[in-house]
Write a protein that binds this ligand. Structure first.
Ligand SMILES: [Mn+2]
Length: 321
């Protein structure tokens, strides 16, 4: 599955456009900016591409203001690097004008990734894609700078929930230490990530908790947001990132689910689980994907039908496990 030529390509090749997934989280943004800045520091042409500006939370990251949203500003790239993208159609940024002239390198840690690149580096044991970017850059002979470290550490910290989630080992902490390097405080970064939320998030959190339903003998907590909730409290969609985690934090709860009803007939569902329950499987059965303990799907099913399907699938999985 893994292509071992990638470090050599990063070292020898020159023109790279770097992309990640739509509605990017900390790992998507950190991995994208970390890769982009490292390539630039290595003296190469590199373009960070996305379909719209990143959420303001990440404005503190080096390179954040370099993001390109118009593919015309990308000049004849030879390589497309996709980081943290579970499926090709989830790539953010219009790569169609060079998709068939450039070759795609796919770097990801989602177990459901179908290896859509010409070259693929996929490792589901990694807690973040940032870890994989770090590994490849190191193997390419690149020595991590403070700027790149900030970006990659952001990816690692956000995808591990601040080192709390399943899969964090001593190795994870060693990699984190390498990313921080000497002279960089973890708190210089984590303060921006966890203590500078827009106030709109507090309003959203209130609504999510107020509407939380405790189901399946206290094993599932489910809540629902509507697009109008976001506009009512003047929140962006990204202000709700990872709010679903709050629903998993209680004793005996095995699964958490946050349903977000968008205005365009689409419904976003985020799943979290605890213990051996595999929510990626449930997301996949509905057309989505993700990780064992954190997965999601966008569905066109009507709300009530979708809700019923989700609860039944979770009930079946919980009773089987
Ligand atoms: Mn990730």
């Amino acid at each position: 599955m893994n292509d071992h030529e990638i470090p050599e390509l990063l070292r020898s090749q020159d023109r790279f456009v770097v992309v990640s997934h739509a509605n990017p989280d900390g790992d998507a943004i950190g991995s994208l900016l970390g890769m982009y800045l490292a390539l630039r520091e290595m003296g190469k042409k590199a373009w960070p591409l996305g379909d719209r500006p990143f959420p303001v939370t990440y404005d503190f990251l080096p390179g954040a203001s370099d993001l390109i949203t118009d593919p015309k500003d990308v000049d004849a790239p030879e390589w497309i690097i996709a980081v943290d993208v579970a499926e090709e159609h989830r790539i953010s940024g219009d790569i169609s004008s060079f998709r068939h002239t450039a070759r795609l390198i796919n770097i990801d840690h989602h177990p459901t990734n179908p290896a859509f690149g010409a070259l693929n580096f996929i490792d589901a044991r990694a807690t973040s894609s940032a870890e994989l970017v770090h590994k490849l850059l190191k193997e390419a002979g690149y020595r991590i700078s403070t700027d790149v470290g900030k970006c990659l550490y952001t990816g690692l910290v956000t995808d591990t929930g601040g080192f709390r989630f399943a899969g964090v080992t001593g190795k994870t902490l060693e990699i984190a230490a390498e990313m921080l390097g000497p002279g960089l405080d973890s708190y210089e970064i984590t303060r921006h990530l966890f203590e500078e939320y827009p106030l709109a998030r507090l309003h959203l959190e209130r609504i999510v908790l107020e509407r939380a339903e405790i189901l399946l003998d206290d094993r599932l907590i489910l809540s629902t947001l509507h697009e109008t909730d976001f506009s009512n409290v003047r929140a962006e969609l990204s202000d709700g990132e990872n709010l679903v985690n709050r629903l998993r934090e209680f004793r005996g709860v095995r699964a958490a689910c946050l349903i977000t009803v968008m205005g365009n007939g689409l419904i976003r569902v985020s799943f979290r689980s605890k213990g051996n329950l595999d929510v990626a499987k449930i997301a996949q059965s509905l057309g989505g994907g993700g990780h064992r303990a954190a997965a999601g799907v966008k569905s066109t099913l009507p709300l009530l039908e979708l809700r019923k399907t989700i609860i039944e699938a979770l009930q079946l999985a919980l009773n089987a496990g």
